[in-house]
Design a protein around this ligand. Structure first.
Ligand code: PMP
Length: 289
């Protein structure tokens, strides 16, 4: 059974408990990350930790340890669990407070690190492609709860997922409140049209670390690329669509709202990117051991 880091200690999974008065539980007041380890190396660890601390800063949550200490704790958790290929879930909650909202009443943030053996999120759909559906629920507005914060409040994403499940989709695609394409419920979105790759600017979606890696690959391969606002028309007329995320990696979408994307099979550019991405994840990263 796995060991989890919680509140300064390593404890067996089923003994890892948080208080019902923790505002992370009561109000979703906290931040988190999703990180992967491949072949004994943690992929883009520093980037994930930077994003965690940025999310925390935006919600005025002071993480009580340094970034270096946090990274070392993650490596230590992986070592304690003997993991080489894993999904890593660091969480920082506001901590224990009273039943009111005021974060000033919370004594100290609680740091939790969960690590799990991990395989591919979408199984055989990487070859077949995913069915995606646009959902009626809009992504959180940038001036309400900025989607750039990776907060513990994922109810907006969950509402999208519920709607996608009801519509028989593997993934939900959100529009923002202006009707621009935002992202998936747990991944960023790209489209390919006439040999060019497009993705929405990061204002209305999470600043995906996989998204950044994919942009680096696109630029290295010399594929024309542009960040721009995209709408329903761009989605429905795309030659290829794919989503990117730590858990999803690069996943092709072959049906969108019942319409075939391109010829209904994962496209050529998507497949090239998947291949390059695999090479990078297998060769880069912070060594665990
Ligand atoms: N958008 C959302 C809403 C997500 O939850 C995730 C997963 N963290 C992503 C995009 C992709 O981000 P990353 O590539 O950093 O995992």
């Amino acid at each position: 059974m796995g060991l989890v880091y919680i509140d300064g200690k390593f404890v067996p999974e089923e003994e890892a408990k948080i208080s019902i008065f923790d505002h992370g539980f009561l109000y979703g007041d906290g931040v988190f990350e999703g990180i992967r380890a491949y072949n004994g190396r943690v992929f883009r660890l520093k980037e994930h930790i930077d994003r965690l601390y940025d999310s925390a800063k935006v919600i005025c949550l002071e993480i009580p340890i340094s970034k270096e200490e946090f990274m070392e704790l993650i490596l230590e958790t992986l070592r304690k669990n003997n993991l080489k290929n894993a999904y890593i879930r660091p969480i920082v909650t506001r901590g224990i407070g009273d039943l009111g909202l005021d974060p000033r009443k919370c004594s100290k943030p609680n740091i939790i690190i969960i690590t799990k053996e991990w395989d591919r999120l979408y199984g055989d759909l990487y070859e077949k492609g995913l069915k995606a559906v646009t959902v009626a629920i809009r992504r959180n507005a940038i001036d309400a709860l900025p989607p750039n914060i990776k907060s513990l409040n994922y109810l907006n994403n969950i509402l999208g997922k519920i709607e996608a499940n009801e519509k028989g989709g593997d993934e939900a695609i959100f529009l923002d409140s202006n009707g621009y394409i935002s992202e998936g419920s747990g991944d960023n979105i790209f489209i390919v049209k006439n040999g060019r790759v497009y993705t929405p600017p990061i204002l209305n979606n999470l600043r995906g670390i996989t998204r950044e890696v994919v942009i680096e690959i696109i630029e290295k391969l010399g594929i024309p690329f542009k960040e721009m606002n995209l709408g329903i028309y761009d989605l429905y007329s795309a030659d290829e669509i794919f989503v990117t995320g730590t858990a999803a990696e690069i996943a092709p979408i072959t049906v969108i709202d019942g319409r075939k994307v391109g010829d209904g099979k994962p496209g050529e550019i998507t497949r090239r990117l998947i291949e390059e991405f695999k090479k990078i994840t297998e060769s880069e990263g912070t060594p665990i051991y």
